[in-house]
Write a protein of this length. Structure first.
Length: 328
């Protein structure tokens, strides 16, 4: 039986934790910037703490979160062992949640992105057939879902980023297309979907195969951050769609998987995740200086979370937790 990413990693943690028993727990960081480490730099702005907002009506993890039209959408995921198709929208002005039409396909460990003002739910695990390549498109104007062209590679635990309206589906867990009879594992596949043509095309593969990682886009480049291969990763690799090439960047200070990331004013925020346990850690990356900064930790460690930006604030969602951070 194929295990989803969160379960596979959890099994490995029990072994890993025994090996490091007695070491300090890196998941508990200070609410102030850390000093004395060459890889960490002073925060460019005064730090603020995370605050709690109204939680999702349906408590779930391994979901996808995306911002569209200044509203936050929480899609799918898993609650009490059940994979769901639930979609709920958060209005940050009124601190209220509104139920939206569910996805046609229930799924977990999938990715969502925005293309041409539509919301795309891509890939994942449906809890029944295993890895899927299903693409479903939500129109906020008509509040309806349609089915889009399937992704070439069936996979879960992937990440999606949008550059100039084109969606890039990156990495994940599944069977490499060229070795369909091999065991599944972390992937290097990168496939781009252009809503204008309705076609998928293959792009330069990830240098580091990875699953359960995060991506964010700044200044027309996509950054793949952390994740899991045979160990927890802190690798960062940047993709330039103009040259179709990947470049190694400064590693994230804290290795982790099942994290989430977003960008505000050209700075990427890597939030939460999983290593020896669920993590409170928040670290910010400046692509211009290629440096990382430790920021205020979340009140609770969260893995398998989703993040999105509305009203200039970062929203982190998982289960009954809805934390908000203003980086300005």
């Amino acid at each position: 039986m194929i295990l989803r990413s969160s379960v596979r990693i959890a099994l490995l943690i029990s072994v890993f934790a025994a090996a490091v028993y007695g070491c300090s727990n890196q998941t508990v960081s200070s609410l102030l910037p850390q000093s004395g480490a060459d890889s960490l730099h002073p925060a460019p702005r005064p730090l603020r703490q995370w605050i709690q907002k109204k939680p999702m009506p349906t408590h779930r993890g391994q979901l996808a979160v995306v911002a569209l039209n200044d509203e936050l959408y929480a899609l799918g995921g898993e609650t009490y062992g059940q994979v769901v198709s639930t979609v709920e929208m958060y209005d940050h002005h009124s601190n209220t949640w509104i139920e939206e039409p569910p996805m046609p396909t229930a799924r977990v460990d999938f990715a969502a992105g925005i293309g041409k003002n539509f919301l795309y739910a891509i890939g994942g695990d449906d809890g029944y057939h295993g890895f899927i390549n299903t693409v479903e498109i939500f129109d906020p104007g008509t509040e309806s879902w349609t089915t889009g062209p399937p992704m070439p590679t069936r996979r879960s635990s992937l990440a999606v980023g949008a550059i100039n309206g084109v969606l890039y589906a990156v990495g994940g867990y599944g069977w490499p297309v060229s070795t369909i009879h091999a065991y599944p594992g972390p992937l290097t596949a990168v496939e781009a979907f252009d809503p204008a043509t309705g076609r998928w095309t293959s792009k330069a593969p990830l240098p580091t195969p990875r699953e359960a990682f995060a991506v964010s886009v700044v200044s027309g480049k996509l950054y793949a951050i952390g994740g899991y291969d045979t160990t927890f990763l802190n690798d960062v690799e940047a993709y330039d769609p103009i040259t179709d090439t990947w470049t190694k960047r400064a590693p994230m200070p804290t290795a982790r998987a099942n994290l989430a990331a977003c960008a505000v004013n050209g700075i990427i925020y890597a939030v939460g995740g999983l290593n020896t346990g669920a993590m409170r850690t928040v670290e910010a990356y400046n692509p211009v200086t290629d440096t990382w900064t430790r920021l205020a930790s979340m009140p609770t460690g969260l893995n398998g979370l989703g993040v999105g930006v509305v009203g200039g604030e970062i929203h982190a969602l998982r289960g009954a937790h809805h934390y908000v951070f203003n980086p300005q």
